[in-house]
Design a protein around this ligand. Structure first.
Ligand SMILES: [Zn+2]
Length: 206
């Protein structure tokens, strides 16, 4: 609710700026009468929309990530609030839906994911979700099926996967969506941080 309260406060301050405009009965001013001269009617609405968009962005600021090559990211430091749970044991209440079936991520990552997907959609780009939070039992099964990454396979050792923190998502990307993610994912905190896994994106804001 902090975000909502911030928006309401910001709207109040915007209204204070926009509302006390010059009365309609004010004498005609000459065009370009000064840097603060009142512009023709209608500009207040445009000002409001611009300020309102800014307020929304402030209420839910995007946290961008460093833009590096996949192999250049060091070990991920999980958010401190997740540490008491342990990898693969994050409870449902700390996870949020990302709007694709049952897929869930740690709440801040889910929020950023939803914003990222909206931005992609606005540009006609869509992607599917293959994997998200993964519990320990599932990771153990996957390690047996796909082999350990350290041994040439595709699974992190159980207890070490960033899926176990609800911070990684595996995406189904066509060529255009892959390019979009490489160009824009970092703005939303999502980066391709594992070599050989172009589908694997992790929320690791700087
Ligand atoms: Zn993955």
């Amino acid at each position: 609710m902090d975000g909502l309260a911030a928006v309401m406060n910001r709207i109040a301050s915007i209204e204070a700026i926009v509302a006390p405009r010059a009365p309609r009965s004010a004498p005609q001013t000459t065009a370009g009468s000064g840097p603060l001269g009142t512009r023709p009617g209608g500009s207040a609405g445009a000002d409001f929309e611009r300020l309102y968009a800014g307020a929304l962005a402030q209420a839910a600021p995007l946290r961008s990530a460093q833009r590096l090559e996949p192999g250049q990211y060091g070990p991920l430091q999980p958010p401190s609030e997740l540490l008491p749970f342990g990898n693969g044991r994050v409870p449902p209440h700390a996870l949020s839906s990302i709007g694709h079936g049952d897929h869930r991520l740690h709440a801040p990552a889910a929020h950023a994911f939803n914003q990222m997907e909206a931005a992609a959609r606005a540009e006609g780009v869509s992607f599917g979700v293959i994997a998200s939070f993964r519990d320990l039992a599932t990771q153990e099964r996957l390690a047996q099926e796909k082999g350990l990454y350290s041994q040439g396979g595709l699974a992190a050792a159980p207890g070490t996967s960033n899926h176990g923190w609800g911070l990684s998502v595996d995406l189904d990307l066509d060529a255009r969506a892959q390019a979009w993610m490489r160009e824009n994912g970092w703005r939303f905190g999502f980066v391709e941080d594992v070599p050989r896994e172009p589908w694997h994106w992790t929320y690791r804001p700087a």
